[in-house]
Design a protein around this ligand. Structure first.
Ligand code: DOR
Ligand code: ZN
Length: 346
């Protein structure tokens, strides 16, 4: 196969930041993707519908005129979040989901949830009105090894929460383990999972063998090879519970290449090229559309995009810049280790 036409994809987990960085990275998403769920972990975070409306306006103002792109806004769940504000945001169509960061789990998560009891009134309201909760599924307990944090989260937080509030619709975001894949796969209702491009490509050796590679460091951190294989199976077999959430998370190079580097891989520029390569390797190009364009909207109760995009396989590998310049500084582009020949036409 040398050409593949699919419905225009969506990104169900994206960091756009703000200001000069927003202006620098947004066009790489909006030229290919029709919609994206926008993460609220700004400084300060997007906690109220007023914040979300203002952030949405800034995103739309930063978008190139020729692009059409719909930011799907989220609220950052804190222990002080008001159930009424969440409901109002959802009913007005502004808010697509609420994001749960366990406090301390990742970039700008300090305002996240420490005591889940305090978040119950909001979660109960969301269950009642059918508003999905997006979760960063890692515990932050210092004694738990970083490679086990997802599995322990499922056992000690996610599963008890789902038993307590079975009507709450939960997206387990950026799943990185076979434990996560299996848990989602075996759930009967109200649970789905997003998978990033980079977790389909790298395992923990890529971060740590032969020198430490800060541009492969993200959270949840990439795991062992057999977890990557489980993610590939989940993404490429057409299972409707799994869909693309790139978690493209730009940081300027000085904040990645230092003694305490930030977590995040910047993939929005080459995600579709990388995914086509991965799906071809798995002999699943015919299922790329389900993963990137159909399963996500179905889960979020939205129609798939009517427009189409075409991916073409070039004779020569497609070249992407090593880094892109933003008004805040250079951001290194995710290196997929392979050379993809797949390009988005137009
Ligand atoms: O790698 C990550 N980067 N994981 C996250 O959960 C947050 C993100 C960011 O905002 O940089
Ligand atoms: Zn993220």
């Amino acid at each position: 196969m040398t050409s593949l036409t699919i419905r225009r994809p969506d990104d169900w987990h994206l960091h756009l930041r703000d200001g000069a960085m927003l202006a620098g990275v947004l066009p790489y998403t909006s030229r290919h993707f029709a919609r994206a769920i926008i993460m609220p972990n700004l400084v300060p975070p997007v906690v109220t519908t007023v914040d979300a409306r203002a952030y949405r306006d800034r995103i739309l103002a930063a978008m190139p005129e020729s692009h059409s792109f719909e930011p799907l806004m989220t609220l950052y769940l804190t222990e002080g979040t008001s159930p009424d504000d969440v409901e109002e945001g959802a009913k007005s169509g502004l808010i697509t989901a609420v994001k749960l960061y366990p406090a301390g789990a990742t970039t700008n998560s300090q305002s996240g949830v420490r005591n889940f009891e305090n978040a119950m009134p909001v979660l109960e309201r969301m269950a009642r009105i059918g508003l999905p909760l997006c979760v960063h599924g890692e515990v932050t307990t210092p004694e738990v090894d970083i490679f086990d944090r997802e599995a322990v989260f499922i056992e000690t937080v996610l599963d008890p929460l789902r038993r307590r509030l079975p009507e709450l619709r939960i997206t387990m975001e950026h799943v990185t383990t076979k434990d996560g894949v299996d848990y989602i796969d075996q759930s009967e209702t109200n649970l789905a999972g997003s998978i990033t491009t980079h977790h389909l490509i790298i395992n923990r050796n890529n971060i740590l063998v032969g020198g430490i590679r800060p541009h492969y460091y993200c959270l949840p951190v990439a795991k062992r090879e057999y977890h990557r294989q489980a993610l590939r199976r989940a993404a490429t077999t057409g299972n409707p519970k799994f869909f693309l959430g790139t978690d493209s998370a730009p940081h300027v190079d000085p904040l990645k290449e230092c003694a305490c580097g930030c977590a995040g891989c910047f993939t929005s520029i080459n995600t579709l090229s990388c995914l086509a390569h991965v799906f071809e390797e798995e002999q699943a190009l015919d299922r790329l559309e389900a993963f990137a364009s159909l399963n996500g909207p179905a889960w979020y109760g939205l129609a798939p995009n009517a427009e189409k995009i075409t991916l073409v396989k070039r004779d020569a590998p497609v070249e992407f810049p090593t880094r892109v310049e933003t008004g805040d500084g250079p951001v290194t582009v995710f290196d997929p280790i392979f050379k993809s020949h797949w390009d988005v036409e137009g």
